[in-house]
Design a protein around this ligand. Structure first.
Ligand code: NAI
Length: 725
């Protein structure tokens, strides 16, 4: 018998064996080869020494209980190696099953996060106790990486909670629960306040249940809520595909579909067969492209971005203590809330005290809602609000170590407000502008300390949107960049870093998405089909409705200014077919978007959307004119992807991870792609396939789809877009 290396065996004189998960080579326990070997060895030993074992406690010596599958291995799975994954997975499942059916009580003492594979280990135990710490997170988030829990997670949650709850509470959304909520929802049986209590409760279970069995191994067991074969259940079944459609809007997310199939099929067969069905659906996902895309973006890229791959090295972090937010409108109010929530003192300044107080009102509303939903305590909400001071006096900003400006999008006004406060705030205060379109280098000319000036582009609504785009102007110093990066992390958001350019990365690229949708309307395609194409491509907002939200006048203003700038610099402006449509909408029909009460959509008195404006069909649609639905989707996706490559060429973007994360978290590029550059990597036929398809689109729909030189060169060299793995 080999002594296990990652699972320690500790037996006391009462016969209780504590299995301590403690991978000596990693900071967290994962389902790597060493774990698999250890699990096999431990299972053998448990069976061999069964008579001297009274019960088993499974716990961990790490901060987290168990981190789950090793994503470095999973992202490399190909259809050729899929069989190994299948076999390896079944081996783990068989060993867990042997432990589960040993006839001895087995308790999971969850001392920290048990997500994915970690929760699956716990599910194979007869009883689950979770320590209530801030780090304890419980659930099966595999779906968010395009996977399903392939370690028995589908089979056991279905048998523990019933199909409906397993799907809705655990599997399809990937919700991560804290200890208390996990207990309320039936994922764990007990909660402990201290590590001592955790082990005491585990022992108490062993004492009380000397011959434990899983519910599903007891005679007469039935899946809670019934199985699909049961008439009562069958009545509920049609709701699932509808729910699924709602979740994915018809976009190509295979994981929810496979999860549902594994749950429903697995519920109709015996446990062992269900495990094989689950393994088959798991391996299909792991070998497919979507899981690779999502693992790349939501694990590797996100980690790279948040860990500061883009932050200048060697600059001591200096947390911001007191921030001045200039402008208490929609953005300023949200920024004030996010800073105060992170413990920063906020001076919220507007032209009048009344406007500033109104801006603080936004935080009051959010706090009241959070308290009423039990997400925070009244005490914490009060403390957050006490950190926000509304003011109209520049003198009140004395001592602020950072400034975030969010006044109207007007360069002269922005210069003026910075002049007013530059000498009032701390002499080395970080100076940030939340402009969404104005070049930072030119804005910086309004301040004396241009090295400390930087763009900090938040997204609306600020309290919900996780991304902040940091824009480095030509004269922005390394120190300012590092401090801006740290400030974004301090308020628990994700920073991407780009170099200055009109529209930066996000505003410029989302403009291409919108323009393409509008151009298709102008070409004569049914507007409803255009909206449908955007939804089915996986965009969270339909393209024409998004245009209405942003207003039709804003892109026109930006276009006029950019065109002027380009022409003044001796260049030529490439006219986009969307421009004529927008001009007609505004000049001929007076439709400027939602805020104007009329746009591509009609709006009711209450401001709600009341369907697409029928005039669109009358003035633009050519009856019978159609293009392939796939072309419609790919025109939008390609328009964004191709311009992102140009931004890399131009040096506005310097990192692939930033592009991927920024596109999904900031501007709604579909998550199944893994981001705008990963979309190119994962396209059928890889980069060469993407280049060929871009040329095809260019031939059919216009020069703007011509692949940029960088893309062609990379395709020829057999490279992909990656900088993090
Ligand atoms: P808003 O119109 O809601 O708010 C602007 C606020 O600035 C108003 O409360 C106004 O009273 C105040 N203000 C004007 N002059 C001032 C002065 N001299 N001193 C102090 N406050 C003054 O505008 P919003 O949407 O909040 O946008 C603000 C900035 O954020 C703009 O630069 C905009 O481009 C940018 N932005 C907007 C986004 C959006 O989705 N709305 C997204 C990202 C950036």
């Amino acid at each position: 018998m080999t002594e296990s290396t990652t699972i320690r065996w500790e037996q006391d004189d009462t016969g209780v064996v504590t299995l301590v998960l403690d991978d000596p080579n990693q900071s967290a326990n994962t389902m790597n080869q060493a774990f698999r070997d250890s699990l096999a060895a431990i299972t053998d030993r448990l069976e061999a020494e069964k008579d001297s074992v009274r019960g088993v406690i499974l716990t961990s010596a790490k901060k987290t209980f168990f981190a789950g599958g090793d994503l470095r291995d999973l992202i490399r799975v190909t259809p050729d190696t899929a069989q190994d994954l299948f076999d390896g997975g079944l081996a783990i499942k068989r060993n867990l099953r042997r432990i589960e059916t040993l006839g001895k009580p087995v308790v999971a003492a969850l001392n920290g996060a048990a997500l994915g594979g970690g929760y699956e280990l716990a599910l194979a135990c007869h009883h689950r106790v979770a320590l209530d710490t801030p780090g304890t997170r419980i659930g099966c988030p595999e779906v968010t990486l395009g996977l399903l829990p392939g370690g028995g997670g589908v089979v056991r949650t279905v048998r523990l909670l019933g199909i409906t709850d397993a799907l809705l509470k655990v599997l399809l959304q990937g919700t991560q629960y804290n200890a208390r909520r996990a207990q309320e929802n039936g994922l764990v049986d007990e909660v402990a306040e201290t590590p001592g209590e955790l082990l005491a409760k585990a022992r108490a279970f062993i004492d009380a249940h000397p011959e434990s069995q899983q519910p599903w191994d007891r005679p007469g067991y039935r899946i809670p809520g019934g199985t699909p074969a049961h008439p009562k259940f069958a009545a509920n079944l049609p709701a699932f595909p509808a729910n699924l459609r709602k979740q994915t809007a018809g976009a190509p997310y295979p994981a929810p579909r496979n999860i549902m199939a594994a749950a429903v099929e697995g519920a109709q067969v015996d446990f062992e067969t269900a495990q094989v069905i689950e393994a088959r659906y798991f391996v299909e996902l792991a070998a497919g492209q979507t899981a690779k895309n999502m693992i790349q973006a939501f694990f590797f890229d996100l980690q790279a971005v948040n860990s500061g791959a883009n932050r200048p090295q060697g600059i001591e972090p200096r947390p911001v203590r007191r921030v001045a937010v200039l402008g208490a409108g929609m953005m300023g109010a949200g920024i004030a809330y996010s800073c105060a929530r992170a413990g920063i003192e906020v001076l919220l300044k507007d032209v009048s005290l009344e406007s500033a107080v109104k801006g603080k009102g936004y935080s009051e509303k959010l706090c009241a809602k959070a308290v009423s939903r039990g997400r925070t305590s009244q005490e914490k909400a009060d403390a957050l609000l006490a950190r926000i001071t509304p003011t109209a006096e520049a003198a009140d900003l004395a001592g602020c170590d950072a400034v975030i400006e969010a006044v109207f999008e007007d360069p002269a006004l922005k210069h003026k407000v910075f002049q007013e406060i530059e000498h009032v705030v701390a002499p080395d205060a970080l100076l940030c502008s939340n402009t969404s379109t104005l070049p930072i280098t030119a804005l910086a000319e309004g301040v004396e300390r241009q090295g400390d000036f930087i763009g900090l582009h938040f997204f609306s609504p600020v309290d919900k949107m996780p991304l902040v785009e940091i824009i480095r102007g030509e004269r922005t110093g390394d120190e300012a960049l590092a401090r801006a990066f740290d400030l974004v992390r301090q308020i628990k958001k994700t920073p991407i870093v780009v170099n200055d350019s009109r529209g930066f990365f996000t505003s410029r690229v989302i403009g291409h998405f919108i323009n393409e949708g509008v151009a298709m309307v102008g070409e004569g395609i049914e507007p409803a089909s255009v909206e449908q194409a955007a939804a089915q491509a996986g965009y969270p907002a339909k393209v024409l409705s998004l245009m209405d939200e942003l207003t039709l006048t804003l892109p026109r203003k930006i276009r006029t200014e950019t065109k002027r700038a380009v022409e003044e610099a001796g260049g030529t402006w490439p006219t986009h077919p969307a421009e004529a449509v927008i001009d007609r909408m505004v000049d001929e029909f007076g439709r400027t978007g939602r805020s104007g009460g009329a746009g591509f959509y009609a709006y009711g008195e209450d401001g709600r959307r009341a369907g697409l404006w029928p005039g669109l069909r009358e003035h633009f649609t050519k009856p019978g004119y159609e293009i392939p639905f796939r072309d419609m989707q790919e025109r939008m996706l390609f328009a964004e992807a191709l311009d992102t490559v140009k931004l890399l060429e131009e040096g506005v973007l310097t990192s692939v991870a930033d592009a991927n994360i920024g596109s999904v978290f900031g501007i709604g590029f579909p998550g199944w792609t893994g981001g705008v550059l990963q979309y190119i990597n994962g396209y059928e036929g890889g980069l060469p396939g993407f280049v060929a398809r871009a040329r095809e689109l260019a031939g059919r729909y216009g020069e703007r789809f011509t692949p940029p030189a960088l893309l062609v060169a990379k395709a020829e060299r057999g490279e992909t877009f990656t900088d993090a793995r």
